[in-house]
Design a binder for this molecule. Structure first.
Ligand code: SF4
Ligand code: SF4
Length: 226
């Protein structure tokens, strides 16, 4: 899932200066799970804004809405007409969602209410942690399911650096060294020989941004239509 956190309230308030009629739009998937941008967070933020504006004798009309995913055209279309009645939309989606809403509802102004952090997991209740940097060339089959790109502070691909001590990372002594974790898990699984494999450097240079992916079935459909 994508993990995000709400922007500081002062920043949000500053973004809204000059607008009197706004729509706060939540997203019902990842950011809802990490308690940053779902229906409940929309409600809380809307109340906070109303109270802050009232205190300063400033007028503001706020509409609250949440769609299932702001990164999906079909859900954005459901709010097109309603969104058009507002001066701006404060989106509580990840950066991808904010951009897609801005693209599809242009020229309507879309403001980001969250800071997008990382791709991660729900480790425990209220705790999320990063697990993948979307490198495009997954090596988890060789590293006992532990991502060296993400979990190692230096993203090392071929074993630990010289700074690892007693299983801890030299960059942050409170964290386990990723390569010690990999070593131990490979050992437990009887696959220690995988430690000998040399991984070539990742070809970051050949990635062209923004990246795009089209499902094979849809490629065929596009061809047959021509
Ligand atoms: S190697 Fe790590 S960063 Fe790359 S795809 Fe796999 S989990 Fe993600
Ligand atoms: S101590 Fe381990 S986790 Fe930390 S930077 Fe070195 S190899 Fe990576």
């Amino acid at each position: 899932m994508i993990v995000a956190e709400r922007k500081p309230f002062t920043e949000i308030k500053e973004m809204l200066s000059g607008y009197r009629k706004i729509l706060i739009l939540g997203c019902g998937t990842c950011v809802s799970v990490c308690m940053a941008g779902g229906e409940k967070e929309v409600e809380i933020l809307a109340s906070q804004i109303r109270m802050a504006f009232e205190k300063e004798n400033r007028e503001i009309e706020i509409k609250e809405a949440t769609i299932q995913r702001q990164c999906d055209r079909e859900f954005i279309e459901t709010i097109r007409k309603m969104a058009g009645e507002y001066e701006a939309v404060l989106s509580l989606a990840c950066g991808a969602g904010v951009q897609f809403v801005a693209e599809l509802l242009a020229p309507l102004l879309i403001l980001p209410g969250l800071n997008t952090r990382f791709i991660g997991v729900a480790e425990a209740e209220g705790v999320w942690s990063e697990r993948c940097r979307a490198c495009g060339d997954c090596v988890l089959s060789e590293t006992a399911g532990i991502c060296p790109v993400t979990i190692c502070a230096k993203s090392l691909l071929n074993g630990p650096c010289g700074g690892t001590r007693d299983g801890k990372c030299e960059v942050d002594k409170d964290k386990d060294c990723a390569w010690t974790l990999i070593y131990r898990r490979l050992q437990e699984g009887g696959k220690l020989e995988k430690m000998r494999k040399i991984h070539p450097p990742k070809k970051h240079g050949v990635r062209i941004y923004p990246q795009r992916q089209v499902n094979e079935e849809f490629k065929k459909e596009v061809k047959s239509e021509k």
